[in-house]
Design a binder for this molecule. Structure first.
Ligand SMILES: *Cc1c(COP(=O)(O)O)cnc(C)c1O
Length: 421
């Protein structure tokens, strides 16, 4: 269930027809279903109800305050990767004690803010970061709660840009060197070892790599215990894939139950950091056809949404399902390219895709756009960012309004007259 379905030929988000939102905010826009977000979150949390756990939703998938707030009310924590995400989490009402701070390049000021806020743990990704964090903590008379992000060298069999648990990626410390780095961490006055962390990649479509990572992490945890470290948290990261119309990846329930069973004899806190699997299928990106352009061998649908709004097709070659907002009666499906107004040939939402007939002024919904959609949006070509709308039942609210052209230039200034002598 995703709560995006046709009623009388019109695509609805829960009980709200998408054309009603388009009329209120214009196109393009993002629309999220609150019920879907909640259901997907619960699919992770419910199987863990009778063990110590924390679902630390990965904010970078969709960090709209309203979405974070919904999740916070469900008991979610947050996996954050920047000071900005920490601040978003706090303003959305999520306590810092439920946040884990990940990322390969945290700045010192970010470490300071995280310590002051009281995050649950800082997932340290290198020997250099460990030393820097120790210095920051000692200078403030604090001890930083630390998990090391270990790279278990498991192939997640996903797109190379989102495979993070291989030996060759920039993330984490190699599992072979983890014991030594824990020994160093244990000797530092400003560091308190609390956990062990990994995250092997994103859009994983099978459970096997997760179980492989679990086995390797459990073996390491045993060694660390023998070395005298108190590992209270085991964080297995996020990465579960969603349905982009190319087959059904495993559902959260099955994965989480398997991890829970694998850890049945262990009393500590199991942390998971799902992002995409919570919000991906809870969102659509809606855009309108501006022109239909027939070239000798190709038909282009030129739409008002572009790669600055929704980057995944351009960045990863991602293929996302596209559906008409109003179902037509025509049966003459055609192969088309759906392209935006940006001055890049890489600006497409779909290529060589068989779609039902569209006319100028028709709207289409890019499905499963709730994750890595709005958060990856930019202002390229000086395009204001699209609004985000949250639906619950028959209600909808604009949870981020459309940016204005003035806002695009708000931080800029002209050089002074004296520059031109
Ligand atoms: C991106 C990320 C996640 C979430 O990944 P999804 O594929 O969206 O579930 C979790 N943990 C870390 C450290 C990440 O960088």
């Amino acid at each position: 269930m995703t709560h995006f379905a046709y009623r009388d030929g019109v695509l609805h988000a829960e009980d709200v027809p998408l054309p009603a939102i388009a009329e209120a905010v214009g196109t393009p826009f993002y629309c999220y279903s609150a019920a879907t977000v909640r259901e997907r979150f619960r699919a992770f949390a419910d199987p863990l109800a009778d063990r110590d756990h924390l679902i630390a939703y990965a904010a970078k998938a969709n960090s709209n305050l309203a979405v974070l707030h919904l999740l916070g009310r469900e008991g979610s924590g947050l996996d954050i990767v920047s000071r900005g995400e920490l601040e978003r989490g706090r303003r959305a009402g999520i306590p810092a004690g439920r946040m884990v701070f990940s990322g390969v390049g945290k700045r010192r000021d970010e470490l300071e803010v995280a310590l002051d806020a009281g995050v649950l743990t800082i997932n340290v990704e290198s020997a250099g970061e460990l030393e820097a964090l120790d210095a920051v903590a000692r200078a403030r008379g604090q001890r930083a709660p630390v998990s090391l992000r270990v790279n278990p060298d498991v192939d997640p069999e996903t797109h190379p840009y989102i495979a993070t648990g291989l030996r060759t990626t920039k993330f984490g410390v190699p599992i072979g060197g983890a014991r030594d780095l824990y020994a160093r961490a244990g000797s530092l006055e400003g560091i308190e070892v609390v956990g062990l962390d990994c995250h092997i990649g994103s859009q994983l479509t099978s459970v096997a790599p997760f179980l492989e990572a679990l086995t390797r992490m459990q073996a390491l945890m045993e060694e660390l215990r023998a070395d005298g470290h108190a590992i209270r948290h085991l964080d297995l990261g996020g990465g579960l894939g969603i349905d982009y119309g190319q087959g059904d990846p495993p559902r959260p329930g099955g994965l989480v139950s398997a991890l829970r069973d694998g850890l049945a004899g262990w009393q500590g806190t199991l942390i998971l950091e799902p992002g995409r699997a919570v919000v991906g299928e809870a969102g659509v990106f809606v855009t309108e056809v501006l022109y239909i352009k027939d070239q000798p061998d190709k038909r282009f649908l030129v739409v008002d949404g572009a790669m600055n709004d929704f980057l995944r097709p351009a960045l990863y070659g991602a293929e996302q399902p596209i559906r008409p907002v109003r179902e037509g009666s025509g049966s003459d499906w055609q192969e088309v390219d759906v392209v935006g107004p940006i001055c890049e040939s890489g600006d497409f939402l779909a290529r060589q895709r068989r779609l039902p007939p569209f006319s100028t002024g028709d709207r289409m919904a890019v499905m499963a756009a709730g994750a890595y959609g709005a958060t990856m949006a930019s202002n390229y070509n000086s395009r204001p960012r699209a609004p985000e709308v949250l639906v619950s039942g028959d209600r909808f609210q604009v949870v981020r309004r459309r940016e204005t052209v003035d806002e695009l230039m708000a931080g800029e200034s002209l050089p002074g007259e004296d520059w031109f002598g």
